[in-house]
Design a protein around this ligand. Structure first.
Ligand code: HEM
Ligand SMILES: *[C@@H]1O[C@H](CO)[C@@H](O)[C@H](O)[C@H]1NC(C)=O
Ligand SMILES: *[C@@H]1O[C@H](CO)[C@@H](O)[C@H](O)[C@H]1NC(C)=O
Ligand SMILES: *[C@@H]1O[C@H](CO)[C@@H](O)[C@H](O)[C@H]1NC(C)=O
Ligand SMILES: *[C@@H]1O[C@H](CO)[C@@H](O)[C@H](O)[C@H]1NC(C)=O
Length: 538
């Protein structure tokens, strides 16, 4: 039997040997192969487009190859688009990113299953346009999946406890004082507050995460600031590789692999630090972490230190099968997660602050109410504010939540990816299917947020206990925003200082006048322009 096969192959080789490999033959053969592969791929695309029909789900009309992505991308209003579709197709439907089917839902029962009850079956995020392999050892908390995510999250959760955040309080107060100082120099004027808030959140992050105190708020040309801003521009613009990853989603990981190889090759010829702000940042952070590793018992209480010292208090039995399980983060994991904190905490928080000021400027009643609440406690002496004292302001808490209900900024990341085939409400979900939440439909649902009209800006609605899934600004379930408490404290400290020092005025009068644009996060088009007027104390 074996012999026979052998002979056959030999004969075959002989035959092949007789074929003449003229350029024309090679050309013909390769075009036929290419056509074949192309046809297989085309039929695959064609087959993908039957995903929703097979499951009895509705979906908006799509273009072949592009799916619905051009509709979403052209207008840069993903959140509004989903909401519009929900009105047309109901609470659960689907759309196509290229030929990748994405299930969209604003059905709280569905979300309860995906985000909470079956969270272990959905233990990955929806992939970006480019993504690394699942369980790549270089992935950070945001990108990682399954056991790797679980381990990191358990180690990192305690670093965001109230006790740890209290220690960061004075740093945040200090940064807020600088913000006030800088704004004071502008005097009474109409200014683009977004610019100042960006520098404030960046200053806060460099101080809290890296223990680096540089002149970021005063010096507009600061090198750290410049490089970080550049980095954000690069990460938020879609470029050719992103489009390739988007429309040929089966090859996302291969494209990333190729990009990494290209970078390695380029690093032989050019100094990468100078080439890309990402490498500049990465080198900087690596140095900071390394320095700290050799420094015994640093007194600094920043996130480098917290993460290096963090040690999961886990039931190791559950993980004993996994030999790679470690209770603490490696130096590389600390570096990657620090970069993540900067990415995740910078645009989101500064935009929320910009939105808050915009709302204050067109809403003098809210401003007065907050001013009264704060001055009733502090009088006019706000030098004594700290982590604990800003937490007592109930109305301020409602106000921030109402800003984030009305203008949720992180909608596109409130999504999961199926990691174990399962069924949700009778719909079978194959592995790798992304489930995206239509946050806007939930936040403006009168049944969830009534009786006051959800289109109205009305902070007291947060006094009533609501369904916990009705507020999605920080996501939900075990994989919600890990920085939520940090962000809320930062926002509260900044807003208390701002409200006590300035009055915000506007020429506009309607809350719906604001134009938002959306990439990974939503931001205010052209920034938030308000007139600031110094308050004078008698
Ligand atoms: C107003 C400010 C912020 C908003 C609106 C916001 C929003 C969000 C949202 C919607 C998610 C996805 C949650 C989900 O999928 O269920 C998220 C995840 C995350 N956020 Fe935030 N965020 C903010 C500030 C921050 C800050 C300051 C940090 C860092 C210190 C941070 C770090 C993270 C991380 C690490 C994740 C991923 C968690 C995981 O996958 O386990 N965020 N954020
Ligand atoms: C999205 O934005 C475009 C242009 O900016 C606008 O014409 C369209 O109506 C918007 N779509 C929704 C659903 O708001
Ligand atoms: C206001 O500041 C933001 C943030 O730096 C910027 O993106 C925007 O272009 C600025 N707007 C104007 C009108 O300069
Ligand atoms: C995950 O999905 C499986 C079906 O594949 C199901 O039996 C199991 O109950 C789900 N897990 C949870 C926690 O619901
Ligand atoms: C934003 O700026 C552009 C050009 O600077 C202008 O055409 C547009 O009207 C502005 N939009 C808003 C909402 O101010």
């Amino acid at each position: 039997m074996n012999n026979l096969k052998f002979v056959n192959i030999e004969q075959l080789l002989e035959k092949i040997g007789h074929i003449e490999f003229s350029p024309l033959t090679i050309f013909k053969a390769s075009s036929i192969t290419l056509c074949g592969v192309g046809l297989v791929y085309l039929s695959r695309i064609w087959f993908s487009y039957r995903f929703f029909k097979k499951r009895g789900l509705k979906s908006p009309k799509h273009e072949f190859f592009y799916g619905n992505f051009r509709q979403i991308h052209k207008n840069k209003n993903y959140s509004e688009m989903l909401r519009e579709w929900t009105k047309e197709f109901g609470k659960t439907y689907g759309y196509f990113e290229g030929h990748l089917p994405v299930i969209v839902t604003s059905d709280l029962e569905f979300i309860q299953e995906v985000f909470i009850k079956q969270s272990t079956n959905f233990s990955a995020r929806k992939k970006g346009f480019l993504s690394r392999k699942d369980d790549d050892p270089n992935s950070d908390l945001f990108q990682s999946t399954k056991g790797r995510w679980k381990r990191m999250r358990m180690i990192m959760n305690p670093t965001f406890s109230s006790a740890k955040l209290r220690e960061l309080g004075p740093i945040l107060v200090n940064c807020a004082d600088r913000l006030i100082d800088v704004l004071n120099k502008e005097g009474d004027a109409e200014i683009n507050v977004s610019e100042y808030f960006k520098r404030f959140t960046m200053d806060s992050i460099w101080n809290c995460a890296f223990g680096v105190d540089i002149n970021m708020q005063y010096d507009k040309e600061n090198l750290y600031l410049k490089n970080c801003e550049q980095f954000f521009k690069v990460t938020s613009n879609l470029m050719l590789p992103h489009y390739l990853g988007l429309y040929f989603h089966e090859f996302k990981e291969k494209i990333v692999f190729f990009l990494i190889i290209m970078t390695l090759v380029r690093s032989k010829f050019v100094d990468l630090d100078k080439l890309s702000p990402y490498f500049w940042l990465k080198t900087k952070i690596k140095d900071l972490v390394n320095k700290r590793l050799f420094e015994k018992e640093s007194r600094k209480r920043d996130y480098i230190q917290l993460l290096l010292e963090a040690c999961g208090e886990l039931n190791s039995e559950r993980f004993s099968k996994n030999t790679e399980f470690k209770k603490s983060l490696s130096a590389i994991e600390v570096e990657n997660n620090l970069i993540l904190f900067m990415l995740a905490g910078f645009d989101t928080t500064s935009t929320t602050l910009g939105l808050s000021c915009y709302v204050l400027s067109i809403n003098s009643d809210e401003q007065l109410r907050l001013y009264d609440e704060i001055s009733a406690v502090f009088g006019t002496d706000i030098n004594s504010i700290n982590y604990d004292s800003v937490q007592q302001f109930k109305y301020l808490d409602w106000f921030i939540k109402e800003v984030l209900r009305h203008y949720p900024v992180g909608n596109s990341i409130v999504a999961r990816r199926c990691t174990k085939k399962t069924t949700i409400k009778g719909i079978d979900i194959p592995v790798d299917t992304p489930i995206a939440v239509d946050v806007m439909s939930i936040h403006f649902d009168a049944d969830l947020w009534g009786p006051q009209d959800p289109n109205e800006f009305y902070p007291p609605r947060h006094e009533v206990k609501r369904n916990p899934l009705a507020f999605m600004a920080f996501g939900n379930g075990p994989r919600n925003c890990i920085g939520m408490k940090f962000a809320l404290i930062e926002l509260k400290i900044a807003l208390v200082k701002l409200i006590m020092n300035f009055e915000f005025l506007s020429l506009k009068s309607d809350i719906n006048d604001l134009e938002l644009e959306e990439g990974v996060v939503r931001y205010i088009k052209n920034g938030s322009k308000v007139f600031i007027k110094k308050r004078f104390f008698p």
